[in-house]
Write a protein that binds this ligand. Sequence first.
Ligand code: PLP
Length: 458
Amino acid sequence: MQLPYSESYKIKMVETIRKSTRGEREKWIRDARYNLFNLNSDQVFIDLLTDSGTGAMSDIQWSEMLLGDESYAGARSYYKMKSAIKDIFGFDYFLPTHQGRAAENVLFSTLVKEGDVVPGNSHFDTTKGHIELRKAIPIDCTIDEAFDTELIHPFKGNVNLDKLEEVLKSNRAENIPFIVITVTCNSSGGQPVSMKNLRDIYSLAQKYHIKVLFDAARFAENAYFIKKREEGYQDKTIGEIVAEMFGYADMMTMSCKKDAIVNIGGFIALRDEELFKRASVYNILFEGFITYGGMSGRDLSAVAQGLYEGTDFNYLETRIKQVEYLGGKLIDAGVPIQMPIGGHAVFVDAKRFLTKVPKEEFQAQTLAVELYIESGVRSVEIGTLLADRDPVSRENRFPDLEFLRLAIPRRVYTNNHMDVVAVALINVWERRNSITHGFKIISEAPILRHFTVELDRV
Ligand SMILES: *Cc1c(COP(=O)(O)O)cnc(C)c1O
């Protein structure tokens, strides 16, 4: 008999989590104004709000923390991280930042100006926010297949090259600071981009003299999918695939809180020395000196080690198989989810789940509240609340995809936890037709409103 699949690590330290009663949760979520970001973490049993900064570091990463060099300038930890970035991605220059959006802030301050357009594949919310804050316009060129949640396509993060070329043709090059490619594409469901698509985007960009930026938070998961799904990559190592991927980029921003498996950290990496010098000015202003940029030395060291662990095939297989395990349980019960299952999360199609709730009443948010009350599982809305209002008309934007995201922290929960999540959601599925109303907004911020929005039941 073939040996069954299992985790590529064992557990050395544990943290107790607390179950609560339905009555407690009904009160807590009401007090939190039906915004799951407002819950106290002790009010959560299984926390699938995000996979960002919630992973478990390894024994080697914790050892690296003790080896961290806290020198203000030129710390050994900085050189460790610099050498890992050169080794893994091939970039000569890098700037540490305290997290991914800080990398965006620094780089976009250098490159993006009012009236610019920034084409890409379903920009991440902070990326979109940093573009719109500068009065520039993100243009989504994702393939149409990504918006049909039932359709199986191996690379739903791909860019439609015709849509992209249209943008490149109809705007002046000086108004396109870069094309941003998110690997894997979070907003369309943790979906990967194929190597062929990355190659084609890069050659199109070169034809129009436009730079390509990778938003690389989940680059290693993307590489895993290329190995598993793309012709010709089965026998390549994750390291080889990553090296080829980044050969099709001029620069990258990364949230290390994802595939570098640390609790905080980020960076920008580049090939162009001139651009590095310009961005360094903003890095010093916003983040700190260029050899620490908002991170402590120990954090830089943990990132350097985490980048290697995050690109280990056995680790990646453990991770992605766990996400598949949860997704598989939901599929078996008929729960509508984005197919195929993504890298870091299962995305539940709230439009097909809560068909009786009008879209103006925030279907995915309604589902997130129901799931929390059912079980203490915290998930997150990736839908109308997240999409914000149109910056010009101030009307709600109703995105094509209205998701409830179950994001799985790295190396944190076991498959028994996944069983609890699956049963809880299936229980809600079974009573879905009794859920006919959602929520209305009581107060909201002008940008990135989902973090602080306050809601009440309709
Ligand atoms: C998380 C993330 C960011 C922002 O990074 P933070 O570390 O949360 O600031 C940017 N892009 C993508 C694709 C992300 O997943």
